[in-house]
Design a protein around this ligand. Structure first.
Ligand code: MN
Length: 232
């Protein structure tokens, strides 16, 4: 087929120990899934149904093991925040997925940063407007290589951690999630048919905060992966 413009490339995330990559279709993100983070954002961490927002697939930037991604400080913000999250990679399509079947739709896992222009997000939130300007900017989703669930299983616990310039900023545990991975997949699939290639960022623990040019972010999820990002 001929195209009238050059088709955009497929966004791919490398897989640990394989010579093949995971192609990204959509990026879904869960808001407020750790109680202490909900409180630091000024919310009541009750078990209200999870809520979701999206990032474009091409906001995903894979960061190779041992490499440091140079991430330009984005335009239109003076308050860029880090949020480290466990990322679920979907390998099988489905809608209205029951909770007790949900993990069978998971291909694998990674560690990702839900980078956030917090000043824009709060201004939008306070006006009841969509969050895209705060969440969906270019390179807003750096991610580690993925690991297959067939190798690591489905993490029910594991530290979710983030350091800036060697100092601890975020510390939580996968077991602290308000909504489990299976519950998230099940609930999300009542709104969207999930398809292979979808990524789900599952929310961040407390300790989010600003970074500035020169800062080094090192972050990861125990047993899953880690990544390093330098703000430039
Ligand atoms: Mn987040």
């Amino acid at each position: 087929m001929d195209f009238v413009i050059v088709p955009p490339p497929v966004v791919v995330v490398p897989v640990v120990g394989k010579d093949a990559s995971f192609p990204v279709r959509r990026v879904y993100c869960v808001g407020r899934n750790y109680a202490a983070h909900a409180r630091e954002m000024g919310s009541d961490p009750t078990r209200e149904p999870p809520f979701f927002f999206c990032k474009p697939a091409d906001a995903v930037v894979p960061v190779a093991q041992g490499a440091t991604l140079e991430l330009p400080y984005p335009q239109a913000t003076a308050n860029l925040h880090h949020e480290i999250e466990l990322v679920v990679a979907i390998g099988k399509g489905g809608a209205d997925i029951p909770v007790d079947e949900a993990l069978s739709y998971v291909w694998g896992y990674g560690a990702g940063l839900d980078m956030t222009r917090r000043d824009l997000q709060f201004a939008l939130r306070d006006k009841g407007r969509p969050w895209e300007l705060g969440k969906a900017f270019d390179q807003a989703a750096p991610i580690s290589p993925l690991v297959p669930a067939s190798v690591v299983g489905h993490p029910g616990k594991g530290e979710v951690w983030l350091n800036v310039n060697g100092e601890s900023r975020q510390r939580g545990d996968v077991s602290d999630m308000i909504w489990s991975m299976a519950e998230i997949i099940s609930n999300l699939s009542t709104y969207f048919r999930l398809e292979p290639g979808d990524l789900i960022f599952t929310g961040t623990p407390e300790g989010v905060g600003p970074v500035v040019a020169g800062d080094l972010i090192e972050a990861g999820v125990e047993g899953v992966g880690s990544l390093a990002v330098r703000i430039v």
